[in-house]
Design a protein around this ligand. Structure first.
Ligand SMILES: Nc1ncnc2c1ncn2[C@@H]1O[C@H](COP(=O)(O)OP(=O)(O)OP(=O)(O)O)[C@@H](O)[C@H]1O
Ligand code: SF4
Ligand SMILES: [Mg+2]
Length: 343
């Protein structure tokens, strides 16, 4: 990509110092987000998706957490080095975040309007009356019916989907350059989820902002992403554009994730699941961190950790045997055990 990156995360390391030991939640993460694009971050629970985004926002709870190394470059500044005061200016003005469960981020004792109005007054320096007008316009933009009425309601009076729209309105009210969305639709039913994703796509077009979309759901990734970073055990293991990822997954982990999605265009689904579970970050294996679950693991995989390298232009992978996987795919063979047919 020729454009300059909006955010460049380089070798980020975020650790938690717990009684049980050091949890290396994020352990050398690299990626870039370009202006106006959606970068999808996908991986199983516990792989470090949220901790990466909280590190960008500098909201990692400390102690026990600490950014131990690396850089987060944003508009010529390394966010890991900014003071809390400088960071407060960036949060909300330049970078906004929406969370999985809006009830935890909306204050139940204030109306939704008051909460958006506060955000607008704080970040845009306008008077209350003007901010109220802008809040109503924002509610309208995110598809809330009767916004003049809804603006004076309390969070508990709205449905889950409406609350998530309010969160999006709040996040967008300061016109951020980057919107971080951490599982924004997981708590919603499928129809509402599709509406929210569509809304985010259309707002991205009209605002020209970049989105970092965190999810464990490859369906969501396919729906919204331009490029994707697949995470496993605190690291990026595959990184490319969304079409290449789905057409030509190069990491055995990505391959496994894809084979566990039901294929709706077939009469029956054959599912191949990745065996075992994610290793504890207190106790990562030596060598490649996926070696405890990888059907292709051998020799070097148990002693040396592979680097994230360019397998092709614009397609990075962290695996010693990605070329062997290519041959296996070309022969039409499977690598994971068949879990059978699911009706
Ligand atoms: N405050 C904390 N103290 C100790 N460990 C933590 C803390 N916060 C996160 N971790 C650990 O860091 C690792 C990464 O967590 P993270 O929340 O980033 O996962 P995730 O990929 O977002 O998962 P999920 O899909 O479940 O949201 C996990 O092993 C988690 O237990
Ligand atoms: S490096 Fe080895 S263990 Fe790791 S994903 Fe590749 S083949 Fe599997
Ligand atoms: Mg998370």
């Amino acid at each position: 990509m020729s454009k300059e990156a909006l955010v460049e995360v380089k070798n980020l390391q975020t650790y938690f110092y717990t009684e049980e030991g050091v949890v290396k939640a994020v352990d050398g993460v690299d990626y870039e987000i370009y202006p106006g694009e959606t970068l999808g971050i996908v991986g199983e629970s516990g792989c470090g998706k949220s901790v990466t985004s909280l590190s960008i926002m500098r909201l990692v709870e400390s102690p026990p957490g600490k950014i131990e190394g690396g850089e987060i470059n944003f508009q010529g500044k390394d966010l890991t080095k900014l003071s809390e005061k400088e960071m407060r200016k960036i949060r909300g003005n330049d970078i906004s975040m929406i969370f999985q469960e809006p009830m935890t981020s909306l204050n139940p004792v204030y109306t939704v309007g008051d909460q958006i109005i506060e955000a607008i007054m704080l970040h845009k320096g306008v008077k209350r009356k003007e901010a109220r007008q802008q809040a109503i316009e924002m509610l309208q933009k995110v598809g809330i019916p009767l916004p003049e009425q809804r603006v004076d309601e309390y969070p508990h009076q709205l449905s889950g989907g409406m609350r998530q729209r309010v969160m999006i309105a709040m996040a967008l009210s300061c016109d951020p350059q980057l919107l971080i969305a951490d599982e924004p639709t997981t708590a919603l039913d499928v129809t509402i989820q599709a509406q929210i994703l569509e809304l985010m796509n259309s707002l991205k077009e009209s605002y020209g902002m970049a989105i970092m979309m965190i999810t464990h759901d490859l369906g969501v990734i396919a729906e919204v992403s331009d490029r994707v970073a697949v995470m496993y055990a605190g690291k990026v293991v595959e990184y490319t554009d969304v079409d290449s990822l789905f057409e030509d997954p190069k990491h055995p982990y990505t391959w496994g994730l894809m084979n566990s999605i039901p294929k709706l265009d077939k009469d029956v689904e054959r599912l191949e699941a990745i065996p075992g579970s994610v290793p504890s970050p207190l106790n990562f294996p030596e060598g490649c961190k996926f070696n405890t679950r990888c059907p292709l693991a051998e020799g070097k995989c148990f002693t040396d950790e592979p680097e994230l390298i360019d397998a092709e232009a614009g397609h990075k992978v962290r695996c010693w045997r990605y070329k062997d996987l290519e041959e296996i795919k070309a022969r039409g063979e499977r690598i994971y055990a068949d879990q059978g047919v699911k009706e």
